[in-house]
Ligand binder design. Structure first.
Ligand code: SF4
Length: 503
């Protein structure tokens, strides 16, 4: 068992949320602004992506002749606050709209917006790397975040410390790349999940074999590109879905194919999210081909919650799988947890963290439930049993404090577009077990090649680090049908990025 090293710099973050009852908003205006307004409102703590009966804000926007007319009415109990502004359309129109809404909301509530200030992006540390590129020091960046973006001091410090830790991983040569492999099959659908995976039990063997064959073609094509343009794959991540739910013969074909085309690598992760699918035999197979990082994803450790989520396994299965992974010598075990599951309470999350402290996985990832329209939970009665923002905040604060106290370092984070208020998903690791792929994928400084349904290849176009993306269809049949065409497009993109003399 590894002994965690304490980080001298990392302090737990106090989320200090301004809690409200769940409130929605209504928007009327051009469709082109709808998604952006949704992000701003989620940032302010208004439920995004779906409506509730309790409407706390109306936003009206028109865009005519270069002038944006923005009106917002905030409503709380019998109190209403109406504000209006005319904004000249220019290069920073959205920034202006965002600042108006945040400013009005602060005046209406009499409270500051929270730890993130006006910083709203999905990847907050990207901005810090941008400042590092321009030669700013840690202290200067903390000041900029506080003064220009009104980020609270603790959060600003955390973002800068986290980015400093990530810096060596994002400064690798441009021909060092990561590989993602998508396996869109699961053993059952979890209530909260919106991912369109297929149920492996309903598949014919021939269908799985056809998928495996297509994936092999996809991987071979990527291998050719790597050889042609001298790209080195440093990290591999096989996710999904639940790769380990595949029958062992199919899993073996896929792992063999990945290994034949790309191994050895510095870090090779497989998501084994459902412990009932990851038998010791399958885990041994992964180890045999060089997988060294494994994700055991309990999400939570209470049987009553696993049952309502439709995760058809026992809590004991999680311990069995964890111990099998230890016995087999995986060098890094990650455990994913979700805060905000239906019927979950703060005590449950405290219990989860105590179990983490006993098991000591090298990595722990704390997610916050982001309810999406495609998830079965969206229309399910248990939606009413999702804990309040206040409870979720307590869960996250507890996790952060406990993990940091035990020597885990927060090393990457991301927010979801419509994630309520201050919430973020955070990856924690012991200092000698930082997950390189997670940083590279999140910071978007390294090319990520992707194979399989739903895979997003992202080529980094220097010097601005612009992304040239290519998405594979999520649905298996559509993926197989369009594979040849997609591979051609991918080759063209790769030639454009890596085949140019001046690059
Ligand atoms: S195992 Fe993972 S991918 Fe599959 S349904 Fe559950 S949460 Fe979604």
């Amino acid at each position: 068992m590894k002994i965690a090293k304490k980080s001298g710099q990392t302090k737990p973050v106090n989320l200090k949320l301004q809690i409200m009852d769940e409130q929605g908003y209504r928007y009327k205006g051009p469709e082109g602004y709808h998604s952006f307004i949704g992000q701003v409102m989620a940032h302010l703590g208004y439920v995004g992506g779906y409506e509730t009966g309790n409407i706390g804000a109306h936003i009206l926007l028109s865009d005519e002749n270069g002038i944006i007319d923005l009106t917002c009415v905030f409503i709380r109990d019998d109190k209403k606050w109406k504000s209006r502004a005319s904004i000249i359309r220019c290069g920073h129109t959205r920034e202006d709209i965002k600042n108006c809404l945040i400013h009005w909301h602060e005046r209406f509530t009499g409270n500051k917006t929270g730890p993130w200030g006006t910083l709203m992006g999905v990847r907050p540390t990207k901005l810090v790397h941008h400042f590092f590129d321009r030669g700013f020091g840690d202290k200067e960046i903390i000041t900029i975040l506080q003064q220009q973006y009104r980020v609270e001091k603790e959060m600003a410090e955390r973002l800068v410390h986290m980015s400093r830790l990530q810096r060596p991983f994002v400064m690798e040569p441009r021909n060092h790349v990561a590989l993602y492999v998508g396996i869109p099959y699961c053993s059952s659908h979890c209530l909260y999940c919106s991912f369109p995976s297929r149920l492996v039990g309903k598949e014919e063997e021939a269908g799985l074999q056809a998928f495996s064959k297509a994936l092999e073609t996809d991987l071979q094509d990527l291998n050719k590109l790597c050889r042609q343009y001298s790209l080195t794959v440093d990290t591999i991540y096989i996710g999904g879905g639940t790769p380990t739910c595949l029958p062992i013969a199919i899993l073996k074909d896929i792992i063999q194919s990945v290994a034949a085309n790309f191994s050895p690598v510095q870090e090779w992760t497989v998501e084994a999210g459902r412990p009932d699918t990851a038998t010791k035999e399958k885990l041994a197979l992964l180890r045999q081909y060089g997988v060294d990082r494994i994700s055991v994803n309990p999400q939570t450790m209470q049987q009553r919650i696993l049952d309502v989520l439709g995760r058809h396994h026992r809590v004991e299965d999680i311990y069995t799988m964890f111990n099998n992974c230890r016995d087999l010598g995986f060098s890094v075990i990650n455990m994913d947890f979700i805060a905000g599951l239906p019927v979950q309470n703060v005590k449950d999350m405290q219990e989860n963290m105590e179990i983490v402290c006993q098991l000591w996985p090298e990595n722990v990832t704390i997610h916050t439930l982001a309810l999406k329209k495609r998830a079965p939970l969206f229309h399910h009665p248990l939606r009413d049993r999702i804990p309040s923002q206040e409870e979720v905040t307590k869960m996250l604060e507890y996790c952060d404090a406990r993990l940091v106290e035990k020597g885990y370092i927060p090393y990457y984070m991301y927010r979801q577009k419509y994630m309520a208020a201050s919430f973020a998903n955070v990856g924690y690791a012991f200092s000698d077990a930082i997950g390189k792929y997670n940083i590279q994928m999140m910071e978007e400084r390294q090319t990520v090649l992707a194979a399989g349904p739903g895979g997003a290849t992202k080529f980094i176009n220097l010097p601005e680090h612009r992304l040239e993306k290519l998405y594979m269809p999520k649905e298996v049949n559509a993926y197989m049908a369009s594979l040849e065409e997609k591979m051609q497009l991918r080759r063209k993109l790769c030639t454009y990025i890596y085949g140019r003399e001046d690059r």
